[in-house]
Structure formats: structure tokens, C-alpha cells
Design a protein around this ligand. Sequence first.
Ligand code: XIL
Length: 397
Amino acid sequence: MMLRRWIAAGMVAAATVGVLSAVPAVAERPYDPAAQSLRALGLRHGLYIGTAVDMAALNDPADPRYRELVREEFSTVTAENVMKWESLEPTRGGYDWAAADEFVATARRDGQRIRGHVLVWQNQLPAWLTAGVADGSISTAQLRGILRDHITAVVTRYRGRIWQWDVVNEAVSDPWDNPPALHYKGFWAEHLGPGYLADAFRWARAADPTALLFYNDYNIEAFGSGNPADDKTQFVHDMVRGLLARGVPIDGVGSQGHLGTQYGNYDPIQVAEALHRFAGLGLATAFTEVDVRSRLTDRVQAGDSEEINPRLQASAANFHVLLQACLAEPRCLSFTVWGFTDRHSWVPGWFDDPPQGLATIYDENYQPKRAYQLMKADLIYAGPPYVRPRVTPRPRR
Ligand code: XIL
């Protein structure tokens, strides 16, 4: 009875959005949702489930499971590094497209949508650029031209093949920065002023009329005080509202979703409310880099299950909170994890003092963790009336 109701709801949802990827119920073998991939289950809702892809792991012949799982479990992919500026333009005007081309070709062959990451960011810039600005050999006017040329070259190369572009990434400071009042931070704001944001979106739109253009950032999963001086979500909300008011072609806001179990984090209602308020501006939303890390204390590292289990549970709960909120917001188009296995995760290398890890949905041996099962359960048991078909905006001009 329950199963039949579920199948009926699934068929309605799939039919409404025009995708019927999971074929329910053959007579001999009943449809078993738990045996479906995240990819198939997401598409019942018109929701794309994604992962960041590490090209070295994808190409490692000794690690075939990585490639298999990327293909089987995910309907959208993001290049973890190979579309960043230092990779694409290692020398001034000298582009190296090889790895990014291969990433795009693989995704297309596997029928996956692509999130382009990233056009403008203060990290992973090539040394020629930062050194040239520092020593004065690149003037402000030249820097603006360099930015325009880079965006134009990259977006043009992949024109028509990128679903969502992260046009600007992490432009806003955090309350622990100096000064603590939230402000536009980093290389581009320091050298060009905040006007570079509007320019970047306009240049990206000029090079690709169909990609959805996103602003992407972390710590914008939920509203705080509502004061833009200390509430980053409010600051970003006000920022994108201002861009829209000036006719800037921005289509979406990406919430990275890098969480940690030590922080407790949010509940689905808070997160859904934030998505809903961004959607209320007429924008798409997406979770773009979800992972939920934990402190690796000595006892965790020694394999003490009493220490490990609560971390796995808490991590799973945070994936669930974000996914449930996304499912509930028709304009939340995709849910991407930043690496899907602890075997290839940026967390241990980046957050090493104190050590952190256990941040993804599969363990180091590609065994699905509690987080994977909880995501799967969300995709199986969520349905109308709370969960509705996705609404994709037309690219704004
Ligand atoms: C990270 C990658 O995962 C690492 O491999 C790299 O060394 C540093 O960047 N926010 C982003 C991503 O937008 O691009 C970052 O990716 C993680 C934080």
C-alpha cells in the first residue's frame, strides 16, 4: 500500500517535470527504490545530484571505482580544480584546456550536466597575475581587461555546454576577518573595487546566452541577525538584490554547504527559509559544495567506534538538513557534494590543525556511509505536497 502510493507520487513528479529516468515496477521484480542511484532518485524530483570531480582520481587506472561512482551516482559534475584560473591560464594569454576539455567531454558522454567552476575568485590565481599586480607591471586598467579576456575566453570555449557557471566565488568577508564588519574581500575587490561583480556577470552573459550565471559562497545557508554588517546571508541577499535592480544578468545563488559537526549547524526549516528568500528574488538556488567534516581526535584516529559513530551520524544529519531544504524549494536546482569519498576529499589536507575529516558520503573504501543512506531516504520518502517540480529560470539579459 505504502509502496504503491510512493510509486504513484514518483510517477506524477517525474511526469510533471518531463523526466522519467527511474522506470518503476516491472511485474516480476518490484521496483526497489533503495537499489536506485542518487542520480535516478534525484531526477524523480527533477533535482540534479552532483559531485566535484578530481581529474587525477578519475584518470587513475588503479582506482576504477571512483570513475564508476561518478558516472552512476551523479547527474551533474563540477571540476574540483581544472577550471580554475591557475589551471586554465598558467601563463598570460597562454591557455591549457586539456584537462578541462577532458572533464567536459567525459561529463557529456556520461549524460551529466556541468557546473562551471569558477570564473572569478581570489584563490588559485596564477603567479603571473598576482605578481604582476604586486610589482606594478599590471595596471588597474590592464587588470580589468585581463579579467574580461579570461571570462570571455573560458565561457566562449564551453559555450552551450555549461548548465550553471559560478561567475563570482566567495566575494564577501566573514565576521572573523579584519575589519569584522562584512565587506567585499580579496584580490579583485582590493584592486578593482566591487564593480567587478557586475562586470563579470555581464561579460559572462555576453559570451554565453544560455548558461545560468551564479554567485557562489559559503556560510550563507541560513539567515542570522538580519544585519548585513554581521549576517553574511543578509549581506549576499542585499548584494544580489542590488545587482538585479541594476539589470545585472545573475540567475542564481549557490550555497556551498561546507559544514562541520562541531558547529551543530542548522535545521531544515531555517535553511529552507533562506533558499526561499533567495528564490523570492526570482533566482535559482543550488547547494554547490556540500561536505560535513568532523574533528579527528586521537580516539577517532585510533578507531574508537564510540567516538566515530556520533560523528558519522551528525555528518549524515547535516547532509539531510540541506537536502531536505533543497527538495522543498522548487528553485533549488541541484545538490552537489564536494567530493563523494573520504579517499579523495580536500578536507584532511586543508583543515589539518586540528585534523579534520570524515566529511563525505562514502568512506575511503567506497562503502556508503550513513550520510549516503540518509540522502537516499530523503530522495525516496520526500514527495508532494512539500516537494514540487523544479522551476528553471530563463537566462536573464
Ligand atoms: C578546493 C579544492 O577542493 C582543493 O583541491 C584545492 O586545493 C583548493 O580548493 N570553496 C571552493 C572550492 O569554491 O573551489 C574549493 O576547492 C573549496 C572551497
